[in-house]
Write a protein that binds this ligand. Structure first.
Ligand code: ADP
Length: 331
């Protein structure tokens, strides 16, 4: 599809280049040939006085043939020039067409990959639910307790699917994430994020040590809270029971940063460059009991940070823990 679009675009570019080149060549030919004949005619009065009528006729014929020769020479040069323009313009047009279409091709490719990954992630829990329900329906001795159990497990899957679709929607919003641009206190949003993640922390008896200071950044408080929830949620998910997660802030120049540090399983160095990719989950995360997720959290976190003109960094030692730092311009 892109090959034929590139060829069409090349044809258009080339048509424009050739129209300009041929137009200019015609104009140049007209002007030059007019000048040549003007020059020739300007010499006649002078030679009329010097030459006999016979010599003058011969001279006129000679000048006319010289004029025709000069015109033919000019024509030949212009045709050659246009052939060179055609070849060079064709190559340049193709290169330009490819360059013009490349970002569209990349966007379409990434859209396709996104749709493919999303459908794969949606299919797995749906298939599991479908087979569980089918088996239960075929079971003649299904008790009410079994049915309740099935409904509970289906509800759990539905909850996960809802979380997945929320994540997909959030990612689809792209760079339009920061809607409001208000002054936001890192202390206030971290307090809110800690509150929201406390049920999960309590479940694993994890202490969250919040030592954030009242640093101010500008942005959307609900998106920034969501960003901290993702990072704290991960710190809890990938840490052992009874451990501690530390939150701290720092002010350097025009940047305010907030750090979330855990002493959990850490991330292998080969996984580090990929953890911000959508749907990426390190193997340990997939096999870890209770560490549910679809690998969308950090991709969303990065989008939120980018929408706030900030950046996110991660340092991690496998088996020892991870440190995520988000730096944002101060208000
Ligand atoms: P999810 O947590 O849903 O799997 P994320 O996008 O939030 O997806 O994270 C991507 C992957 O990065 C996780 O699957 C996990 O392997 C790794 N990861 C993220 N945060 C941590 C952390 N604090 N400690 C260890 N691994 C982490």
């Amino acid at each position: 599809m892109f090959r034929s679009a590139a060829l069409k675009l090349t044809a258009w570019y080339l048509a424009i280049i050739m129209a300009l080149s041929i137009g200019c060549s015609l104009a140049l030919y007209q002007v030059s040939s007019h000048d040549l004949s003007q020059n020739t005619h300007r010499q006649f009065p002078f030679f009329t006085q010097l030459l006999t009528p016979n010599d003058l006729r011969d001279f006129t014929n000679l000048r006319q043939s010289q004029l025709n020769e000069a015109r033919d020479h000019l024509k030949g040069n212009l045709v050659l020039f246009n052939l060179v323009v055609l070849v060079a313009g064709g190559l340049a047009s193709y290169a330009l067409a490819r360059k013009t279409l490349q970002p569209i091709e990349d966007a379409l490719e990434s859209q396709k990959r996104f749709t493919g990954d999303a459908s794969h992630e949606l299919r797995t829990p749906l298939t599991a639910m479908q087979s569980e329900i089918e088996v239960a329906l075929r079971d003649k001795s299904l008790t009410k307790a079994d049915a309740v159990e099935l409904l509970k497990s289906s509800l759990e899957e539905v909850g996960k699917l809802k979380a997945l679709s929320d994540g997909l929607l959030r990612l689809a919003q792209g760079n339009k994430i920061a809607i409001e641009n208000r002054i936001v206190s890192l202390k206030a949003i971290s307090k809110e994020a800690v509150e929201r993640t406390s049920p999960l922390a309590d479940n694993k008896k994890i202490t969250i040590n919040n030592k954030t200071k009242d640093l101010l950044v500008s942005g959307d408080s609900s998106s920034l809270t969501e960003l901290l929830v993702i990072l704290i949620d991960n710190a809890i998910k990938y840490s052992p029971k009874g451990s501690t997660v530390n939150l701290s802030t720092k002010h350097t120049g025009k940047l305010a940063s907030i750090t979330i540090k855990d002493t959990g399983m850490g991330i292998k160095s080969e996984d580090l460059p990929k953890i911000f990719d959508r749907f990426y989950r390190a193997d340990h995360a997939r096999s870890k009991d209770g560490a549910s997720g679809y690998g969308l959290g950090l991709a969303i976190a990065q989008k939120i940070v980018e929408a706030h003109h900030g950046f996110i960094e991660v340092k991690s030692t496998h088996g020892k823990g991870s440190i995520f730092t988000v730096s944002l311009p101060t208000a």
